[in-house]
Design a protein around this ligand. Sequence first.
Ligand code: ADE
Length: 238
Amino acid sequence: MSPPFAATVLTLYPEMFPGPLGLSLAGDALARGLWTLKTKDIRDHGIGRHRAVDDTPAGGGPGMVLRCDVLAAALDAAVAGDDPRPKLLMSPRGKSLTQARVRELAAGPGAVIVCGRFEGVDERLIAGRGLEEVSIGDYVLSGGEIAAMVLLDSCVRLLPGVMGKDASGAEESFEAGLLEYPHYTRPRDWEGRAIPEVLLGGDHAAVARWRQAEAKRITAARRPDLLKDRGGDIKEPR
Ligand code: ADE
């Protein structure tokens, strides 16, 4: 068996981990050794009696900036020079995380994740250690920790043995570029709302056509950008 997906997280708040990653699907997988999680406290490499990790921005302005020397020392202590894992920096300035990137990461050896805080990270660290900046969306969190958990959760659920075979097709449909069709279960009638008739008739081809049409309708209404990205190539249901 290949070694488990190995996550190392550099943070000022190691006590935030595993947090939600210790429960449910990711937590079970962690307990089963399907992935590993190490945290590294950036403050262990802070400067002086107060273990300072940040300083005022060069050129002035509000907030504080994480020091490149402190972060580099933390990274170099946590990661060997020949470590094959991608080094990521969670940041709202990064490229948006996609299911395609999640699949790539999940297929690899793991990830080293730096969680930013304060106003930002000294740019020289990003260049000097070859960090890939990753955003989880166009909004600003108070730090990268929750973003790192989002990234890890999305990777871990794809690791072999974590999910049942049945469930693993769901994000393929996302990768095919459509949002998911609506789901229903019992009761058949609820508060005057019935399950669509086609889903109760047992005609599997009709169900597949209805789901495809609903997926297209919902995607067009909510995420027309996804339809454009597909170049109008509407794939048939599997
Ligand atoms: N840190 C703060 N905001 C973030 C975001 N949107 N994505 C990733 N890391 C962040």
